[in-house]
Ligand binder design. Structure first.
Ligand SMILES: Nc1ncnc2c1ncn2[C@@H]1O[C@H](COP(=O)(O)OP(=O)(O)OP(=O)(O)O)[C@@H](O)[C@H]1O
Length: 255
């Protein structure tokens, strides 16, 4: 790992309405990490992602992405995003796997560009990386949830991002395919050097694969990275029973 910070959240506070969702918190992500973000429902994990993607603005504090203040950052093709809703096409959805993957080029090429043979080749290469090349002509809705998620990884990969952010991507995916999906993420991280930030409730698997685990707690983050501030709140009613156990056992990850 290079140690280069590609996301840096400093002293950030954020509220949608009256109540703070994130309060005076710090978080950072380094190039090459596979960072698992865990925490109870409603603790603010997706909100952190929305802040990093610039979809909502912090009330206080600063956010830097790839070394730039988020307001100045515009190289969005560097970041791929996969949500939990990606894998829910029904069988009638009228797009082929190849079309779905090629649509991932829109952010780098612009809405009205003409797709060329070269773009099709890039899409096929991304499908090959996720082991889905032979499904390129299939209708996306005909695939299983797990296969659809692999296609969405390919769609995120086609613009060659340095960072992929995943928000509970395995919801609704069967166990066998979840295992394959984690293996794929591991390969992308280790062999292709893609940095990963993944929200998950799957403590067992994330413990096995992540290089770093950060937990949302008390509107803030706790974790094992030196860069993540550890802030506790004795009045915390957001208890995540497995978190402490997970964190203590995952110390081995970094030792
Ligand atoms: N658009 C919104 N407007 C108002 N409140 C919101 C909005 N989105 C989320 N919240 C609230 O902000 C808090 C944090 O929500 P968030 O979705 O970030 O949590 P989470 O940790 O991702 O939860 P989950 O694990 O259930 O996905 C919750 O109390 C939620 O109800």
């Amino acid at each position: 790992m290079s140690g280069r910070k590609i996301v840096e959240v400093k002293n950030v506070s954020f509220k949608y309405e009256k109540e703070w969702v994130i309060e005076n918190s710090n978080f950072s992500l380094e190039e090459g990490q596979f960072l698992g973000l865990i925490g109870p429902n409603g603790s603010g994990k997706s909100t952190l992602i929305n802040l990093i993607l610039g979809l909502v603005k912090p009330d206080n504090g600063s956010i830097q992405v790839f070394g730039k203040p988020i307001k100045q950052f515009n190289d969005w093709k560097e970041i791929g995003y996969i949500s939990q809703k990606s894998n829910s096409f029904n069988s009638g959805f009228p797009a082929s796997v190849l079309e779905v993957v090629r649509s991932g080029l829109v952010s780098s090429l612009g809405m009205f560009c003409f797709l060329k043979q070269e773009h099709t080749q890039r899409a096929l290469e991304a499908l090959r990386l996720v082991g889905m090349e032979k499904f390129s002509k299939s209708n996306i809705g005909e695939l299983s949830g797990g296969q659809q998620q692999r296609v969405f990884i390919a769609r995120a990969l086609v613009s060659e991002p340095s960072l992929i952010i995943l928000d509970e991507p395995t919801v609704g995916v069967d166990t066998k395919n979840v295992n394959k999906f984690y293996d794929l993420l591991n390969r992308l991280n280790k062999e292709n050097g893609v940095t990963l930030l993944m929200i998950t409730h799957d403590l067992d698997r994330i413990k096995k694969y992540a290089t770093e685990i950060v937990s949302m707690k008390s509107k803030s983050f706790t974790g094992l990275s030196d860069d993540v501030s550890y802030i506790t709140n004795p009045g915390d009613d957001h208890k995540y029973e497995d978190t402490d156990q997970l964190l203590s056992s995952s110390r081995e990850l970094n030792s």
